[in-house]
Ligand binder design. Structure first.
Ligand code: NAP
Length: 305
């Protein structure tokens, strides 16, 4: 029987692991994909306190992992298919068919990149369509790329791509960006970036590889073709809550509802990070959520077992 089962190995899960294990709790993190979550795709994190020169998402997670290992957090690459609230304890079912018993659960399963859903997206995935500029940007050195979306992810990654590609189009469906002002300003001042606003992508076109986009202006309804070699899609995130939706209360966007103590509607089950319903989704807030969840899991165990 574990004291704490943490589901998800991103900043929230790793932070929860560090706090729980350092508190002497028998702790395991299940991560069915890659440890680190979305942040490993970030070329540079410049707003995580303590790293004044910035740090890559990969290096930041490497530090989180080393710290978790130092406190003997068990890590496991099995995914979790569902969680159960039993009379004596909780349990989680794993993708390998096993069921693991635990006193508490911290759900830190994060969120996944949304698809655009237009023709050509699936066909050219990995053939010019990408969801990770840090991973695939190097393939587009001196080429022309488009970034779809107007949020922080889109603008940050467009800025990264502007150092590699000869031209970066940012295609956004409105005339205002959602991204923070500092990113907005930097992108608008960048000579390699051109904005195409009020515009949606109708089709991603190509032969063997992507060679263009069919776009439509949402106000004038005018259609155009833009020649591009690659397209990077950043149109928001969907919380990974499918596996808990029968037991845990979610908001209208599918994010887990908690109070400030990270408590869900089930006693002894906590949520932390981007999977949670909250206003600011950042590495620093994910790490903070994880610490609070682990601390409250410890208090719950002390009072119940
Ligand atoms: P986001 O903030 O939800 O932005 C998604 C963008 O995609 C929006 O501009 C949205 O347009 C657009 N969009 C959504 N669906 C679309 C569709 N079907 N077709 C065309 N465009 C579509 O997502 P995100 O940028 O991935 O950021 C997620 C969270 O992580 C946010 O809280 C963000 O602040 C945070 N984040 C922070 C940093 C940082 O601080 N360094 C970096 C990355 C992400 P509308 O604006 O019209 O809705």
């Amino acid at each position: 029987m574990y004291d704490v089962v943490i589901i998800g190995g991103g900043p929230a899960g790793l932070s929860a692991g560090i706090y729980a294990a350092r508190g002497g709790l028998k702790t395991v993190i299940f991560e069915g994909k890659i440890f680190g979550g979305q942040i490993v795709t970030s070329y540079e994190v410049e707003n995580y306190p303590g790293f004044s020169k910035g740090i890559s998402g990969m290096d930041l997670i490497d530090n989180f992992m080393k710290q978790a290992e130092k406190f003997d957090v068990e890590t496991n690459y099995d995914g979790v298919t569902c969680i159960n609230d039993e009379i004596e304890c909780k349990s989680v079912n794993l993708t390998n068919g096993n069921c693991v018993k635990t006193k508490t659960i911290i759900i830190a399963s994060g969120a996944s990149a949304n698809k655009l859903g237009c023709p050509g997206e699936k066909k050219f995935s990995g053939k010019g369509v990408s969801y990770c500029a840090t991973c695939d940007g190097a393939f587009f050195k001196n080429k022309v790329v488009a970034v779809i979306g107007g949020g922080d992810s889109a603008i940050e990654e467009a800025l990264y791509l502007s150092n590699l590609a000869k031209k970066v189009y940012i295609i956004h469906r409105r005339d205002q960006l959602r991204a923070t002002k500092i990113l907005d300003k930097r992108a608008k001042e960048n000579k390699s970036i051109e904005f195409i606003l009020d515009t949606v992508v109708k089709e991603i076109q190509g032969d063997k590889l992507v060679n263009g986009l069919l776009v439509e202006n949402v106000k004038t309804k005018k259609k155009d073709r833009i020649d591009v070699d690659g397209v990077f899609i950043y149109v928001g995130l969907t919380p990974n809550t499918e596996f808990v939706k029968d037991l845990i209360k979610l908001d209208e966007n599918g994010c887990i509802l908690t109070n400030e103590e990270m408590e869900t509607n089930i006693e002894g089950v906590y949520a932390a990070g981007d999977v949670r319903s909250k206003s600011l989704k950042q590495v620093v807030t994910a790490a903070s959520d994880g610490a609070i969840a682990a601390n409250n899991a410890q208090k719950y165990i002390e009072s119940k077992f």
